[in-house]
Design a protein around this ligand. Structure first.
Ligand code: C2E
Ligand code: MG
Ligand code: MG
Length: 691
């Protein structure tokens, strides 16, 4: 307890009697005091300090019963015991009531002074009491605050001994009540250590924190329960010194889950659930970095749906969304492990294919075309979707995302331009190629106006008898500077620049004139004319054919138009109405280079096509190449089922002819019989001989 009896009382003489002298002695005391006469147990003298403390005049106090002033149970017992025994010292805390009714907290001494007299001294401790009360209140508030916070709090001293903690702390660590009641620091620390995923790391970090007494830090604890806590640790300061540590633990589990969900959403396409453009860009960057290190290549395939707007416009956006989701699933089904597919735009998807080379990526692209090309819609309204794919390879075509995307996009656009529903690898054009293309374009335009273009005719014959049943008009160009330029070289340039429309017009008029001439001379012969996709898409194309036919006077059935597969799959409805119009004119229609493009049975069935031309590339491997054999057989069977004629192109050997004959192919054209020759030679060699 507090200080002992004030030393000043020692000077009070044991024999001092009450009265004037006693009064003087009382006044000399620095504390409130009074004398009690034991026999009557009443106050006989009181000093001014006591009067002031109690708020009573001395007269009012003198003569009053000792028990009215000091009336705590302890005091009352003391006064009661006075009769029975010799008075003892009494020293403790007591309370008194002041004249104004205030409760006074005092430290009080009663001690016998001389026989029959007791000295009562008081020390006012009201201020001290108030401070104590205040501390008590503050502590209470603090405790309530600690309990009310959402964070777990643990306070330790410098030796790591636990000073206090709140319930939230115990709750976060899932501590059982028995552990808390045991109040065993070692067991609590042990429990914490055993709750984390990495106890060793936890212990190491804790040692570091405990060693660095001034350190403020925060880290994360991953608990075995799956929860993630943020632990903030700060030194505990007391009277300007560090006295321990305050740890606060915050549960981050929900926040982290929310963060992760947000991150997922920012990387995911909401409609299809596929990664979005941003995620793909990250993946491409990773793959490019990895490729730099390991040398492994990868491909970026840009898949753009053809005519998707039509679907939206005709079936509505809900159906459009469903189509996109279905395409997403189909593309996902084509993924090999390590590949990734993303939706990067409205109707655009992209695939990152790792570890591919120019050959394997083509197989993959075909698989994608095929997957997208499966029938869509329900039984009542089925439809077929196509897509155009542009491919860029890393590192061959570039290493940066920009480069790869740009090249894949350009390749994809080239596919669109050439009729869609196909794929194309980026073709790096060296500067000299570009210059040559420009030069060709210029020279070609000159050639047309200067009459340097001419047509040759390649006979089409009955496989069995060798009878000529038609001729394909093939353009030829001899340039004074460039020499003989192959159509395989200049036609693609003309297609790219659009000049093919003018060339096509010229070819058609020439071929019609020639055919009309042969017809007039009594040797009618069907003439096949190649039509390029761009030419076919000209709005006036059908009218142009009709008027040119009329001008030439050639019966329409003697004109055959050779179309490419791409014409059929692009804008299929538009193509269908054009083909029907041409067919109604009486013109024959064939599909050139059949098998190299991307057309499905569904398309073929819808169009009024008379003839398929098996591409030279499938004929060249006959009869030994198994896959060529398979493809040629399939085309023949398909054509038979659809009631179409078939002519094989590029037949060069007797073996090829024999094989085609055995498989039931009726017609062929090729060097075996004759290359394309000029009209006069054709007339001399073939027409005059004709019956
Ligand atoms: P195409 O329409 O498939 O024509 C067949 C090509 O194969 C012709 O090449 C022809 O000379 C060639 N060929 C025919 N038989 C054989 C053979 O037994 N062996 C080999 N190795 N080749 C044979 P050409 O004349 O060089 O024409 C190439 C392509 O250029 C044509 O392929 C066609 O796509 C295009 N083309 C030619 N003339 C025109 C035209 O007037 N208009 C359009 N739009 N394209 C044309
Ligand atoms: Mg042709
Ligand atoms: Mg061909």
């Amino acid at each position: 307890m507090s200080a002992g009896q004030p030393r000043v009382l020692a000077i009070v003489p044991r024999t001092a009697p009450p009265g004037a002298e006693g009064q003087a002695l009382l006044e000399a005391l620095p504390l409130p005091a009074w004398l009690v006469e034991t026999a009557a147990c009443s106050v006989v003298a009181v000093n001014a300090a006591a009067c002031e403390l109690l708020g009573h005049a001395a007269d009012a106090l003198r003569g009053s019963a000792a028990a009215t002033l000091l009336a705590t149970p302890e005091d009352l017992a003391y006064w009661d015991a006075l009769d029975a025994a010799a008075p003892q010292n009494l020293h403790s805390h007591a309370t008194l009531c002041a004249a104004d009714g205030r409760m006074l907290h005092v430290e009080r001494w009663i001690r016998p002074l001389q026989p029959g007299a007791l000295l009562v001294t008081l020390r006012d401790r009201s201020v001290e009491q108030r401070a104590g009360d205040e501390i008590e209140t503050m502590l209470g508030e603090l405790r309530a605050t600690l309990e009310a916070t959402a964070d777990g709090i643990l306070v330790t001293d410098l030796a790591g001994r636990i000073r206090s903690f709140n319930h939230r702390f115990a709750e976060l660590f899932g501590m059982p009540g028995s552990l808390l009641e045991a109040a065993d620091d070692g067991r609590i620390h042990d429990w914490m250590r055993r709750s984390v995923v990495d106890p060793e790391g936890y212990q190491q970090r804790l040692s570091v924190i405990e060693d660095a007494v001034l350190l403020s830090c925060s880290d994360r604890l991953e608990l075995l329960s799956g929860a993630v806590l943020e632990r903030v640790s700060r030194p505990l300061w007391q009277r300007g010194r560090t006295a321990g540590r305050v740890y606060s633990f915050r549960d981050l589990t929900r926040q982290l889950a929310a963060d992760q969900r947000i991150a997922e959403l920012t990387h995911t396409d909401a409609l299809t659930g596929l990664p979005n453009r941003r995620r793909l860009a990250e993946r491409v960057l990773e793959a490019a970095t990895c490729s730099r290190r390991t040398g492994d290549g990868f491909a970026l395939l840009l898949v753009d749906l053809d005519r998707f707007r039509q679907i939206n416009d005709s079936l509505g956006h809900g159906a459009g969304d469903e189509v996109l989701r279905s395409v997403a699933r189909r593309l996902q089904d084509c993924l090999r492990s390590g590949d990734e597919v993303a939706r990067v735009g409205g109707d655009q998807f992209a695939m990152l294919a790792r570890g591919v080379d120019p050959e394997t990526v083509q197989t993959l692209a075909r698989r994608l075309l095929n997957a997208v090309g499966q029938v869509c819609g329900d039984e009542d309204a089925p439809f077929t979707l196509t897509c155009s794919i542009g491919v860029a390879l890393c590192p061959q075509h570039g290493r940066s995302i920009d480069e790869l995307v740009r090249h894949a996009e350009a390749a994809m656009r080239a596919v669109k331009g050439a009729g869609r529903a196909n794929f194309r690898l980026h073709q790096p054009r060296v500067q000299s190629d570009l210059r040559r293309a420009m030069r060709l374009d210029h020279a070609m335009r000159q050639a047309l106006v200067s009459g340097r273009l001419r047509l040759n005719y390649q006979p089409q014959v009955v496989l069995e008898s060798g009878r000529v049943i038609g001729a394909e008009a093939l353009i030829r160009w001899r340039d004074p500077e460039l020499g003989e330029v192959s159509p395989a070289e200049f036609i693609p340039v003309a297609e790219e620049t659009g000049f093919i429309v003018a060339i096509g017009d010229w070819v058609l008029s020439q071929a019609l004139r020639q055919a009309a001439l042969w017809h007039e001379r009594g040797t009618p012969l069907p003439i096949a004319v190649n039509v390029s996709a761009l030419q076919f898409r000209q709005p006036q194309f059908v009218d142009r054919v009709a008027s040119m036919l009329a001008v030439s006077g050639l019966p329409p059935h003697l004109l055959e138009l050779e179309l490419t597969e791409s014409i059929l799959v692009r804008d299929a409805d538009e193509a269908l109405s054009r083909l029907q119009a041409l067919s109604q004119l009486g013109v024959q229609l064939s599909i050139d280079d059949f098998g190299t493009g991307y057309s499905s049975l569904a398309y073929l069935k819808r169009f009024p096509i008379d003839k398929l031309k098996i591409d030279r590339s499938f004929v060249s491997g006959l009869p030994d190449d198994d896959s060529d054999v398979g493809i040629v057989r399939a085309i023949l069977q398909m054509a038979q089922a659809l009631g179409m004629k078939v002519i094989a192109e590029g037949v060069e050997t007797e073996l090829q002819r024999a094989f085609l004959k055995s498989e039931g192919c009726a017609f062929f054209q090729g060097y075996l019989f004759s290359p394309a020759i000029d009209a006069i030679s054709f007339e001399h060699r073939l027409l005059r001989a004709a019956p």
